[in-house]
Structure formats: C-alpha cells, structure tokens
Design a protein around this ligand. Structure first.
Ligand code: OSB
Ligand code: MG
Length: 368
C-alpha cells in the first residue's frame, strides 16, 4: 500500500448539549479530519485532541504542524505493507500519540478497504454489536441530573457515567443512587482530586458504583495504587494510560482494575489491541471511551470495541445525542444500549465530503 497524497481539514461541529467536566465546558467540537489517498482508494480519520491541552497535552495546532510537516511527509510515497510498517516509520518520534493515531486510523481504513474487509474482522473482533452507556456532564442542578439519568436509562443505555468534581460528588451521586437503585452507575473525575480527598472516596464506596474513573492526576499511577488499596470500589484509568507499557505498569502495581481505552490517547488501534491484551492477561475488563467523536472516529471506536475484553459498556452512544447532522452518511445509532458494528470495508462509513468541505476552517494538501 502506497499513500500518494493526504488532505487535512479542520472543522467545527456544534454540540447539542453543553458538556461540562472538571476541566472545563465544551459547546462545540473541533475535529481535524484526515484523508489519505492511495491505490484509487480513500482512507479517513478524525484526530481527537482539542485546541487546548485540558485533557492530555496534545493540541490541534501541534498535531496539525507535525502531521503536515513531519509525519505525512515521512510516509507519503513509501511502500507500507501493513500498520506495523507504518509504526516502524513513526516510532522514532516520541509522544504525540493522538496525532500518530489519526494517521494510523486513516491507514487502517485504506488498508482494510484494499483487502475489502471490515476493520473489526481484520482486528480479530468477536461482536456484531457493542454494549454502550452515556457520559453525562456536570449539570446546573440535581433535578437536571436526575432527569438526564432517567432519560438515558429509559433509552436502554447500559450504564450512566456521571462527571464529578470537588463540591459536586457525594451528595449528587447519592441522590442519583437513591432515585435509581438498580442502575449501573459510574463516576469520572478527570483528575480533579488528590489523596487528600480520601474521605470523599470512602463515602462514594457506599454508592455501589461499578468504578471510579481517573480520580487523581492525569499522569499518575502510584497514588492511584495507594487509593485503590484504601477503598472497595474499583478504579478505572483513563488519562493515565497512554501506551501498552503504561497499562502493564499500572496493572502490575494495582493502580486500578479497569481501563478506559481511547485509541487516540494510547497511540492508535494496534496499541489499543495491545492494551486490551495486557488487561486480558490480568483477567481485567476494558471498555471503549469517547472523545465526543464525529462519525468517522465513532466508527473506528466501535470496530475496536469488538475485541473480547471490551466487556463493560463504552461511551460510544448514538451520534444523534451529540450532533444535529453528523459528518458521515450512515446513522451510528444504538438501540437498547447496543451499537451495531459497521459491516462495509475499512471503517465502513461514508464521509459527507461536501459538508466537511463546507465546514472547513483550514485545510492542507500534502503530496509525495
Ligand atoms: O474523560 O472520558 C472522558 C469527553 C472528552 C474528553 C474526556 C472524556 C469525555 C467523555 C465523553 O467522558 C465521552 C463521549 O461521550 O464521547
Ligand atoms: Mg474519562
């Protein structure tokens, strides 16, 4: 497979809801869309970073610069037989997992299309639909929270994740638990706490949560291991896991019992499968996280989540929850908490080229 040319486009999509987390508020999503051209085919990807480094360090500006001037020129015009060969070219460059993962995603789409196979099959997936839940932002009131939780459960979502921050945690979570005694509930702190908040976590132990996601620093595993020893509820790592090696070290020291896999954060689809395999070797489950993706990135996440240890419901809920109009033709909609896996070659989705061009705020064309 030879990649002949590439196109980068930056678009912005308005979110249907105001999404507040402990690190900030989002009302729109900025997406760098990458198209690779080769052998008469097109491969697509979305990059998951935002303009600002509030979640992890990467930014759109940095990723754009590296893709346009370093990573794409390094791969264009070369014979690249498989994703491993793509990584052999990218590996010498450190970090910047999300930028590399975007390039890898588009390569997988192109490569699987050349073999006329859906991505999930090539990866060794075992499911034709994946269990999904929803991630609820910090709402303006308890009433609004209870209503949104109720609506999500009514729609059949298999888990509701509640965003927390100091001051918006125990009381809110206990109220939701009281209203929905049987619901599969989790919380996500996006690194808003320290070990000084141990009493908060002891109190949350009484809420019957499936897990507490990323309570401590975005780059920590040691304090997570200390916290895990002090409480009964499982910890789930998100921000802290940026590679298969991170996953191995975290599980080895007992920093958590669940991993939220986001292909962009861990360095792509091959890396996601490796993190999955490491969790499997510890007998621990994983689930597919989300970064408020449009249809291209959402489809990629769905394919990866067909691997066997993606047992817990993921964040890949219906695209219509997020967007008035998605950037792909297909409707990625779950029913009763099950998201069907696209069956066409590659990612199995058709980007709306005209819409993407129309929404485009910036573009670059790179050829070999
Ligand atoms: O921590 O999982 C997170 C969105 C953006 C950045 C980080 C996170 C999230 C979500 C939403 O929780 C997941 C989604 O609905 O796509
Ligand atoms: Mg998270």
């Amino acid at each position: 497979m030879k990649i002949e040319a590439a196109e980068l486009r930056l678009i912005s999509l308005p979110l249907k809801f105001r999404f507040e987390t402990s690190f900030g508020v989002q009302t729109e999503r900025h997406i760098a869309v990458l198209t690779l051209y080769g052998e008469g085919l097109e491969g697509y990807a979305e990059a998951v970073m935002e303009h600002t480094p509030h979640y992890r360090e990467e930014t759109i500006a940095g990723a754009w610069e590296l893709l346009e001037h370093l990573f794409l020129p390094a791969v264009l015009g070369k014979e690249i037989p498989n994703p491993e060969a793509l990584w052999a070219i990218l590996r010498p460059y450190r970090g910047n997992k999300m930028a590399k993962a975007a390039l890898e995603m588009a390569y997988w789409d192109l490569w699987c299309k050349a073999m006329n196979q859906p991505l999930w099959k090539v990866l060794g997936g075992v499911r034709s639909e994946i269990p999904v839940g929803i991630s609820l932002g910090i709402e303006p009131s308890l009433e609004a929270t209870l209503e949104k939780v109720g609506k999500g459960l009514e729609q059949g979502y298999k888990r509701v994740k509640l965003k927390i921050k100091p001051g918006w945690d125990v009381k809110m979570v206990m109220a939701v638990r009281e209203a929905y005694p049987e619901a599969n509930l989790t919380v996500d702190a996006n690194s808003a706490y320290t070990l000084n908040h141990i009493s908060t976590f002891r109190q949350l132990d009484a809420a019957g949560l499936d897990y507490i996601e990323q309570p401590l620093a975005f780059d920590d595993i040691l304090d997570h291991a200390k916290l895990q020893r002090e409480i009964a509820t499982s910890l789930c790592l998100d921000e802290s896991i940026t590679s298969p090696e991170d996953a191995r070290k975290a599980l080895e020291i007992g920093a958590g019992r669940v991993i939220n896999i986001k292909p962009g954060r861990v360095g792509g689809i091959l890396a996601s499968r490796k993190v999955h395999d490491i969790a499997e070797s510890y007998g621990l489950p994983v689930w597919m996280g989300g970064m408020l993706e449009g249809g291209i990135g959402r489809a990629a996440n769905i394919h990866v989540a067909t691997l066997p240890m993606f047992i817990k419901p993921g964040d890949t809920s219906s695209a219509s929850r997020y967007w008035q109009e998605d950037i792909i033709e297909e409707a990625l909609e779950s029913r009763e908490g099950l998201m069907p896996v696209p069956q066409g070659p590659g990612l199995g989705v058709t980007p709306k080229r005209d819409l993407i061009t129309q929404l485009s705020q910036k573009s670059a064309y790179i050829s070999a």
